[in-house]
Ligand binder design. Sequence first.
Ligand code: NAI
Ligand code: A1CAB
Length: 273
Amino acid sequence: MSLRTIGPVMLVGAGKMGMALAQGWLDAGLQPANLILVDPNPGEIAREVAKDFGLTIHGDAVGLQPNVLVLAVKPQVMGAVMSGLKPVVGPQTLVVSIAAGIDIARISQGLGTGKVVRTMPNTPAQIGKGITGAVPAAGVTANERDAAETLLKAAGAVVWFDREDQLDAVTAISGSGPAYVFHLVEALAEAGRRQGLPDAIAEQLARQTVIGSAALLDADRAPPAVLRQNVTSPNGTTAAGLAVLMAEADGLTQLVDRTVAAARRRSEELGRG
Ligand SMILES: NC(=O)C1=CN([C@@H]2O[C@H](COP(=O)(O)OP(=O)(O)OC[C@H]3O[C@@H](n4cnc5c(N)ncnc54)[C@H](O)[C@@H]3O)[C@@H](O)[C@H]2O)C=CC1
Ligand SMILES: O=C(O)[C@@H]1CCC=N1
């Protein structure tokens, strides 16, 4: 299956994550005529992309019939949004949700269909470098799973899970993960400023260090621990810095562990409504 044959895709919620996916799909060859954007209050990115590709942003989904319905609104409004979408969901419509925490049972009940794939993408989807965790409902056929995978793969890698509760962990690692990495850039730039570097240069050094390190991680298949060791000269500056960052009791590992646990708890809470 290819993006060209997938048929009309309706994106409900043209916000940050929805538009990151939409940009990934359009760049990967989804025909603009096959992308239906629905958002009563679209932001700047949605308006710009719509203008660039000649798309209309619909205020509601009334009268439209997609093959694939992608739910990309906030978890807190999913119930209300699904009530309004019931008329557009036919017996053949495949529903793909990206909402954190909202489980398949709630989506199936909300839309009156068993054809649901629950997913957790991340914003690097915007440049085709995302990663999405996905779980199919029991009622999803192999063909429908292929259709979902075609769409999700246009935005990056796809990992399928059998157990739906694992998506809470996926949310906390790769769904929220880009924010942790961007915050590392902020923290490194701030440290550079405190060491007396001009603002713009501190930011450039921090940003390019993360860009270059990510590109090296991609190009060199050595484990991250080996790439770290390659930076660490015996008894040198990196070893001195890492002694703090890797401190046994309160190092980055413990901080990241607490960070991920908090994100996971929030995903579970969002699911309880
Ligand atoms: N931002 C991220 O990195 C990720 C977000 N998600 C999930 O994506 C969903 C959206 O999150 P964001 O894009 O961050 O939020 P956002 O606030 O940027 O986007 C939500 C969009 O939904 C629109 N909306 C509100 N009511 C609507 C309605 N009745 N019909 C159609 N559109 C409506 C809003 O106008 C807004 O543009 C959430 O469920 C979140 O859990 C999942 C993975 C990553
Ligand atoms: O912050 C959130 O709730 C969403 C889900 C994962 C990333 N953003």
